[in-house]
Structure formats: structure tokens, C-alpha cells
Design a protein around this ligand. Structure first.
Ligand code: BES
Ligand code: ZN
Ligand code: ZN
Length: 515
């Protein structure tokens, strides 16, 4: 898709269809809609007065403009409800853009103009939100369909912000493209069936993006994972015929060669279970096919690193992705087995289906070994988080309240919601083992919290936050602004987090500043 921006008049946009945001209960006789209505020969007023469209989020009305040529160059007008004007921010612009391009593609429109109408806002932010929303809106998880596949494409997108600075618009649009495509990269990996997304293939994809965008990468194979003593990670891989991989991606700002002692170093760590059968504690077959997305945390790290390599923030970022299948076999770890993590801690494996925390234990420890001072891990870790928070909020827990607050705020700005769960030390009692240091499950109560309490045992001495994306990484239903299936959740939040941290580092005079 070709992406353009315009600071000119909406009426002049050279596209087949123009999509315009309309606020809840907005009237056609004042402000922007008055101009639009005049140019559209009274059609907008007719639609609003008949209450065909009330401006509720996601509502659309598709209008054919006069063929004899009215005041608008476009042939079609799509009105898109965006809800309350007072709540309209970049996050809603992104949803507006997604809903607009999806509605127009379904009508075979090839060239689209977007009029996001976030008046008074930073033009780069508006352009970025519009483009990322449109790029993500057009993603379809139908790669393996040969019939009824979505073959139509929006070929050209023009973001129209009248009177805006052209340079800011172009910069924003470019950022939006990078962010949207990187979130779609994550979604594409998450959507792949287990047979096509083994640890080896995932590592090849990581290698591919590192080559394409210029990142340093190290993929640890089984012998090196053994050398590092990652017994918790290996205990999960044991049952599988597919060898495990630990992907390590490093982004360094231009001119920086390494991390100095005591320097702030952010690491993103993501669970990469390419298929979770549960292992010997095997899962019921109902919905087990969905366990192909149990590597979404890892795919999220790869998506973020892909964007970071292009956006080039002034702070270094480390990405660590342990990848393995979780399979039952004659070689698989059995309930009751005791394994030794990289840190030397011993773990009694009560349930082989609680495998995510085992691989994250060694991955977090490895990030620490590589010098990370702040770690954000992300994982489709517990079914319990969907019971608690559904598909609306991602669960967040951790040991550094400032870090947690910063992730939550970064998410709020891009329209991704996080809800913190408590992590009091009392919960750690639930994972005490009779025969080893800790056990990998903590009973039925507070499943999301005890899973985090387990990872916390490997995150001492660093600032740490954990995102449980099990409920939010997969959308069971389509939304007006996106297809059903993998959502790409947290990619945009983490990129915003990194950019916010970069701005703070700049204010403090270099990356070694504020923690
Ligand atoms: N991958 C699952 C969690 C999951 C469930 C993700 C549903 C997405 C949708 C994880 O490895 C798992 O099986 N967790 C168990 C833990 C239990 C055995 C303590 C769970 O949540 O049931
Ligand atoms: Zn599991
Ligand atoms: Zn799992």
C-alpha cells in the first residue's frame, strides 16, 4: 500500500473514497461537518438527521456523491462514528482508521482518504495513529485459504490533516507504517500453525528480520543452552523432537558499542512456546488448536525489535526469546521431576502444562546475565488471566511500581489497556515445594499471580514487570477496526514505552540518566 499525506483541503483529495470521523451526536450545521455537508450537497445532514448514523464508535454510513461533480473530488464518502468528542485521542484515531479501511476494502475501494479530525493535536501523532490503524486494520489471518480469501487491497492511502506541517505529517506516517507493519509481523507469526512455526523456523524469522533491519542476533542452540545450565528451559523442550532455540537480539543506538557498568539496559523477554499440548499433563483437545499462539509473547518481542531497528531510538534494547514446543513423549519431563534452573534454583515440576514460567525463568536470568537492569517479560501465561480480566485488559504485575505505571500509561496513550494485579510476598507461599526450592504451580487460587510470583524468583536485583497476554493476544471476534485472530497486543504499547523512555533519556542528557 502506498502511503501519502496531505495538508490540503479534504475536498481536493484525489481518492475514490474519503472517510471522515463523526463524533457522537454531532450536528451537520456547525464546524467541520457544515463544510463537509455543503461540499456533499446536503447528504451528511440527511444521514445525521435521519439518525442513520449517530456517531457511535464503529458505526459507518457509505454515501455515493453526486456523479455530476459536487464540491468533493472523491466519488464516495464514508462517515465513521468515533464516539464522544471529549474522549477522542490518538488511540481512537487509530481505531477510526482501521474501521474506515476495513469498511472500504469490503466495498472494493482501492484508494482511500482519511480525515481523522483530531484538531489541535500534534500532526505527526495523528498521521502515525492513522497509518498504524489502517495497516493493522487491513491484516487478515487467511494466509492458508484458497477460497473466499480476501484478495482485495487498498492500494493507496492518503491521510488528510488540513493546514498541518507537511514534514511532521510525513514523519508520522512513516512511523505509523513501521509500527503497524511490525505489529502485523507479530500477528503473522502468532497465526502460523505449530507445524509451520517450530522453534527453528521462528529463529529463522528472527534471523531474517535482524539481517533485513540491521540488528545483532545470537541464536543459542541446544548445546549452548545446556552449557548455560538452563535446566528449566530444557525440561520443557525434552519431550519434543524439535530442538529448542534461544533468540537474543540486540539493538544499539548509532555510535554506541556496549553497555557500561551500572547503565540502564532495557530487556524484553517473550514466551515462545510454538505449540503447547500441556506435555504429560496433557490438555483437553477442545480448543487445543489455539495453543499455536502460545509463542505470541516471543513474537511480540520480535515485532518490537523489528520496529526499534527502524525507528532507531537513542537507548539500547535487548530482546530475548526462548522457543520450544511443549510435547508429551517417552522423553518428556514427568510431574514430580525436579529440574535445576540457570540460577541454581531447583524446581519441582508439578504440572508440565505450567511450562511458560519455566522457560521464562531461564530467559529472565539470561537477560540479567547479559546486563539487563530492567526487564519486561510478556507471555500467554495463564488461562486464569482471562477469567479475571477477559479480553479487555492485559494483566500486569511486577516489582517496580514506576515501571508498571509507565507501561500502563504507555498503553493508555495507544489504546491498549493494562490492569495491575497484586504481587504481595504472601503469594510466594503457594509455590513452596516439599522437596525442592519452589514448585511450578501454586494451586487453584490466584493462578495469574502465582505464575508471576514464580518468575519473580528469577528477577531479583532488577526492575521487573510481567505482562500476561493470554486473554488479549487473540481476538475471538472481529472488531470494526480489526480481523478476528491475533491482535498484536503490546507491540504498540512497548514501542511507545521505549519512545517515552528515549525522550526522558534525552532530557537527562544521555541514556545513563533516569532509571
Ligand atoms: N499456554 C497456557 C496458558 C493459556 C491458556 C494461554 C489459554 C492462552 C489461552 C499455559 O501454558 C498453561 O497451560 N497454563 C496453565 C497453568 C496451570 C497448569 C497452573 C493454565 O492456565 O491452566
Ligand atoms: Zn501450558
Ligand atoms: Zn503455555
Amino acid at each position: 500500500m502506498e502511503i501519502q499525506t496531505s495538508s490540503g483541503r479534504f475536498a481536493e483529495a484525489d481518492v475514490w473514497a474519503l472517510a471522515v470521523a463523526v463524533f457522537k451526536d454531532e450536528k451537520a450545521d456547525e464546524g467541520f461537518l457544515k463544510d463537509l455537508d455543503a461540499a456533499a450537497g446536503g447528504l451528511v445532514r440527511a444521514v445525521l438527521e435521519s439518525e442513520e448514523l449517530k456517531g457511535k464508535e464503529g458505526e459507518t454510513a457509505y454515501l455515493h456523491l453526486s456523479p455530476s461533480g459536487g464540491g468533493i473530488k472523491a466519488k464516495r464518502l464514508l462517515l465513521v462514528g468515533v464516539g464522544e468528542r471529549a474522549d477522542y485521542r490518538a488511540a481512537q484515531v487509530s481505531q477510526f482508521a482501521g474501521a474506515a479501511v476495513r469498511a472500504l476494502r469490503s466495498r472494493s475501494v482501492k484508494t482511500v482518504g482519511l480525515v481523522p479530525r483530531l484538531e489541535g493535536a500534534d500532526a505527526a501523532l495523528v498521521a502515525s495513529a492513522s497509518v498504524e490503524g489502517a495497516v493493522m486494520g487491513l491484516f487478515e489471518p487467511d494466509k492458508y485459504r484458497t477460497i473466499e480469501k480476501e484478495e482485495r487491497a487498498v492500494e493507496r492511502l492518503v491521510v488528510v490533516v488540513e493546514g498541518a506541517d507537511g514534514g511532521a505529517l510525513r514523519r508520522g506516517a512513516e512511523r505509523g507504517r513501521i509500527v503497524g507493519e511490525s505489529a502485523n509481523f507479530t500477528r503473522d507469526l502468532a497465526n502460523e500453525p505449530g507445524a509451520y512455526m517450530t522453534p527453528t523456523i521462528m529463529a529463522e524469522r528472527a534471523q531474517g528480520l535482524a539481517n533485513e533491519f540491521g540488528l545483532e542476533i545470537d541464536v543459542l542452540d541446544q548445546p549452548r543452552i545446556e552449557q548455560e545450565g538452563m535446566g528449566a528451559f530444557l525440561s520443557v523442550a525434552r519431550g519434543s523432537d524439535q530442538p529448542p532455540k534461544m533468540m537474543v537480539l540486540k539493538y544499539m543506538p548509532d555510535g554506541k558499542t556496549g553497555i557500561e557498568d551500572g547503565e540502564d539496559y532495557l530487556a524484553l523477554v517473550g514466551k515462545g512456546i510454538t505449540f503447547d499440548t500441556g506435555g504429560i499433563s496433557i490438555k483437553p483437545s477442545e480448543n487445543m488448536e489455539l495453543m499455536k499462539y502460545d509463542m505470541t509473547g516471543g513474537a511480540t518481542v520480535l515485532g518490537v525489535m523489528r520496529a526499534v531497528a527502524q525507528l532507531k531510538p537513542p537507548i539500547p534494547v535487548l530482546g530475548v526469546v526462548p522457543a520450544t514446543e511443549n510435547m508429551p513423549s517417552g522423553k518428556a519431563t514427568k510431574p514430580g521431576d525436579v529440574v535445576r534452573a540457570m540460577t541454581g534454583k531447583t524446581i519441582e515440576v508439578i504440572n508440565t502444562d505450567a511450562e511458560g514460567r519455566l522457560i521464562l525463568a531461564d530467559a529472565v536470568a539470561y537477560a540479567k546475565k547479559l546486563g539487563a537492569t530492567r526487564v519486561i517479560d510478556m507471555a500467554t501465561l495463564t488461562g486464569a488471566v482471562s477469567i479475571a480480566l477477559g479480553d479487555v485488559n492485559t494483566g500486569i504485575l511486577g516489582t517496580d511500581q514506576e515501571l508498571i505505571d509507565e507501561v500502563i500509561e504507555s498503553g493508555r496513550e495507544v489504546g491498549e489497556k493494562f490492569w495491575q494485579l497484586p504481587l504481595d510476598k504472601e503469594y510466594t507461599k503457594q509455590i513452596k515445594s516439599d522437596i525442592a526450592d519452589i514448585k511450578n504451580v501454586g494451586g487453584r487460587k490466584a493462578g495469574t499471580i502465582t505464575a508471576a510470583a514464580f518468575i519473580k524468583e528469577f528477577a531479583d536485583g532488577i526492575s521487573w514487570a510481567h505482562l500476561d497476554i493470554a486473554g488479549t493476544a487473540w481476538g475471538d471476534e472481529a472488531k470494526p477496526f480489526r480481523a478476528k485472530g491475533p491482535t498484536g497486543v503490546a507491540v504498540r504499547t512497548l514501542l511507545n514505552f521505549i519512545e517515552r523512555a528515549s525522550r526522558r533519556a534525552a532530557v537527562n542528557g544521555g541514556s545513563g540518566g533516569e532509571k
